[in-house]
Design a protein. Structure first.
Ligand code: ATP
Length: 234
């Protein structure tokens, strides 16, 4: 069954329409990269799908269930997780405490703190470290772990590599590939077009709120993605 279908989504900030008629479809175990210049509407789209921003129109189906009318907390409970830009950990709490905050109270799934540490061994030794003291890459791993603790079927990640060293970005993507290989659907906002081509199953480019290109990595180039980011439709 298709994991996530967002159909004809639109969303606005006051008078400004930030997302116009965007549709996305993710199968289990698929990584879709959403790219586009600053202000293209990527963050607004993710927040709208998560239920954190008012939906102008459109429909969202998660694992066959229409969640369009569900508030954010019920979407999360149904298995839709959002890792926001900047990761938003609690800096004065430990890694374990941050992970526990993501724990689902209603869904039964494989993810426990122990399972997270097994999947991401570099986090285990940081168990009692304060999140605010970690490197950007380590914080990103905690944020992904926290999302997994809710036993999601789909995770949306905003600006995965922002502020991370190249080595930390590699680690974050190693973690994401593991998660994808477990059958989760991943919707990833990424500025780095080379990274998108290297990792994606699908790539969707947005410009000024609209989709300008929908492609697969083997069928495109960085130049084509860049052109579509600036509104040039191939
Ligand atoms: P970035 O890479 O800069 O985060 P983005 O593709 O995620 O860009 P959005 O942040 O979704 O784009 O912004 C889409 C449009 O909505 C932009 O024109 C932006 O200026 C506007 N916008 C975003 N947030 C707000 C807000 N809180 N109030 C008013 N306008 C906003």
């Amino acid at each position: 069954m298709t994991t996530l279908i967002a159909q004809n989504m639109s969303a606005a900030h006051g008078q400004l329409t930030a997302v116009r008629d965007v549709s996305l479809l993710l199968e289990p175990g698929e990584m879709l990269f959403l790219v586009g210049a600053n202000g293209a509407g990527k963050t607004t789209l993710l927040r709208t799908i998560a239920g954190d921003h008012a939906q102008g129109s459109g429909a969202i189906t998660l694992s066959g269930v229409d969640i369009s009318d569900h508030p954010a907390h019920l979407r999360a409970r149904s298995g839709l997780a959002l890792v926001p830009e900047g990761r938003r950990l609690f800096p004065n709490m430990t890694v374990r405490e941050n992970l526990m905050l993501g724990a689902s109270t209603s869904r039964e799934g494989p993810w426990t703190v122990a399972a997270i540490y097994e999947a991401f061994p570099n986090l285990a030794r940081l168990d009692r470290a304060l999140a605010g003291r970690l490197s950007g890459g380590e914080q990103q791993a905690v944020a992904i772990g926290r999302a997994l603790m809710g036993d999601p079927v789909a995770i949306m990640l905003d600006e995965v590599s922002l502020g991370l060293s190249p080595a930390a970005v590699d680690l974050a993507y190693d973690a994401l590939r593991k998660v994808r290989d477990m059958g989760l659907a991943l919707l990833v906002v990424e500025q780095d077009l080379n990274r998108a081509i290297a990792q994606a199953d699908q790539i969707v480019v947005m410009c000024e709120g609209r989709v300008t290109l929908r492609t697969r990595p083997q069928d495109t180039t960085v130049a084509a993605l860049a052109a579509a980011s600036f509104g040039q439709v191939a």
